[in-house]
Design a binder for this molecule. Structure first.
Ligand SMILES: [Zn+2]
Length: 402
């Protein structure tokens, strides 16, 4: 065995403390746009990490530029990115990352944590990913009590905008990632068996604005150019791209247009979410969107903005080596480790894009993510903290396995 199983035992008595931390963090609304809430949870976590005698760095991130459903651009502030660094001079450096934000805005009715039955903690962000943050923190605490800890250095990065695509934190995270040997991320497991995400699709988000010509319906109907009608025609062509390549997904997410029922609509705004498995698909689709939106339809011109912020994550040999290493450690813990491809994406995509091998689903088990049914399986917390600790101790004990 690459680690001493007795070194993991102290975690057995930590469950109540983990639950209480998760409850405290999740009871504060930290929707991505709630700067005060995200900042307040970041401060609580800083108080916890600082006790590990690490160096704390706070990054203020640029505002998000968003095109609203009225076609107007807005700049919206987001919370800070936090970085905690321990032993930056050690030969082996491990990056642990997670996000503070949730998908639940301040206006959501889902704001508080409750315990449902003996094994379910229900609440906003309990599994995605306050539970994961607790797993990370408790594993690091236990590592720091171990004499092997000095063999490895670690850095924790907590981001404020993962749920809105990591547009501001992504560049910071990928720049940092280059200096590390391994990335561990705490997104929830894919299922109740703790399955890891294998390959992940890349993703892009785009906004299309159609600019037409307004006209009075009764008097000047023929002088108008209807932006809604033209957008509908364009979208048919865009949706048809779904059938042109395997495994690409273009979703027309939201649409809004027009000002009044007796006016020819001069504006229509539509937002698309795109998922695709390869870089070649990305280039192809980018080109297709450019070509389709370059041509006006019945006098209506189109404007497209946005981009692909998360490259696809491939299940290559480097990743497989890592999965197999962790699978072996899992056997020592009597945990069956499996992985499976998924259409979803996360910061693990960004780390992989700069060559950092990583497991991005080391967080808690649960379900109902992004809905008011979100729950965490309480009995997954200690085993998952043990798994992370086993990875850290195995590497501290015998170095990187590749
Ligand atoms: Zn998440």
């Amino acid at each position: 065995m690459l680690f001493n199983i007795d070194d993991l035992k102290p975690l057995d008595s930590e469950l109540e403390l983990m639950l209480s931390a998760i409850t405290t963090w999740a009871n504060v609304n930290s929707g991505s746009w709630n700067v005060a809430g995200v900042t307040s949870v970041a401060e609580m976590l800083t108080q916890d990490f600082v006790k590990l005698d690490c160096q704390v760095t706070k990054y203020d991130l640029p505002k998000y530029k968003i095109v609203g459903m009225d076609g107007q651009e807005e700049e919206i502030p987001i919370g800070p990115l936090m970085k905690f660094t321990k032993r930056p001079d050690a030969a082996i450096q491990i990056l642990l990352a997670g996000h503070i934000d949730t998908v639940f805005p301040e206006t959501s009715l889902f704001q508080t944590v409750t315990q449902l039955r003996s094994n379910r903690l229900v609440g906003p962000g309990v599994v995605d990913m306050k539970g994961g943050l607790a797993i990370m923190l408790w594993a690091l605490r236990q590592l720091e009590r171990n004499k092997l800890a000095h063999n490895i250095g670690w850095t924790v990065v907590l981001t404020p905008d993962e749920e809105i695509g990591s547009i501001a934190s992504g560049p910071v995270l990928t720049k940092l990632a280059k200096d590390f040997d391994l990335g561990l991320l705490y997104e929830p497991a894919l299922d109740h068996n703790g399955t890891f995400a294998g390959a992940r699709n890349g993703s892009g988000k785009f906004t299309i604005i159609a600019h037409g010509q307004a006209a009075h319906v009764g008097r000047d109907f023929a002088k108008g150019s209807n932006a809604i009608v033209a957008m509908a025609e364009l979208l048919q062509k865009i949706v048809a791209l779904n059938t042109k390549r395997k495994h690409i997904m273009i979703n027309i997410g939201t649409i809004s247009g027009g000002s009044a029922v007796n006016v020819v609509a001069d504006i229509c705004v539509c937002k698309l979410d795109i998922r695709l498995p390869t870089e070649a698909d990305k280039l192809w689709l980018h080109e297709q969107l450019g070509l389709l939106t370059a041509k006006a339809i019945s006098g209506v011109r189109f404007e497209i903005s946005g981009g692909f912020y998360r490259p696809a994550k491939l299940l290559d040999n480097k990743q497989l080596q890592l999965f197999n290493f962790v699978k072996k450690l899992g056997l020592d813990l009597q945990q069956q480790i499996n992985w499976q491809d998924t259409g979803g994406c996360c910061d693990g995509n960004n780390l992989a894009s700069v060559g950092l091998r990583n497991i991005d689903t080391l967080g808690a088990l649960g379900g109902g993510m992004h809905s008011d049914q979100e729950y965490l399986l309480i009995n997954s917390l200690v085993p998952r903290a043990k798994l992370t600790l086993a990875i850290l101790l195995a590497i501290a004990n015998s170095g990187l396995p590749w």
